[in-house]
Design a protein around this ligand. Structure first.
Ligand SMILES: [Zn+2]
Length: 112
């Protein structure tokens, strides 16, 4: 039997050395709402799939922090008056809501 030396790390120093840099990363991401976008996952699988479909078509999802809708989809046009689709968190029939969202995505004529 021999004793193994476990390397000692000064963990608090790892944070304090890079504190400013790490905090600025958090600040950058949080200011753009990026952390919400990363987390955004709709509880319903069918609707989550249609949101992914929308994103593949260049749409942006913004998750509501409060309110009735789970979030809103913005079409690629990005101009005032362009399509905005409300995504409900608990629609009565999720499949119908997903279909309705998909129909509106497909009928959008605003391109980037
Ligand atoms: Zn549109």
């Amino acid at each position: 039997m021999f004793k193994r030396n476990v390397p000692f790390f000064e963990y608090p120093k790892l944070w304090s050395d890079d504190r400013e840099k790490l905090l600025s990363i958090i600040d950058n991401v949080a200011s753009t709402g990026g952390f919400i976008l990363q987390k955004a996952k709709h509880p319903n699988k069918t609707i989550e799939e249609v949101i992914k479909f929308a994103e593949n078509q260049g749409w942006t999802i913004k998750v509501n922090e409060k309110g009735h809708a789970w979030g809103r989809l913005f079409c690629p046009g990005g101009n005032r008056g362009d399509c905005i689709i409300s995504v409900w968190s608990t629609p009565r029939v999720a499949e119908n809501h997903a279909k309705q969202i998909k129909r509106r995505i497909n009928s959008c004529e605003h391109k980037k």
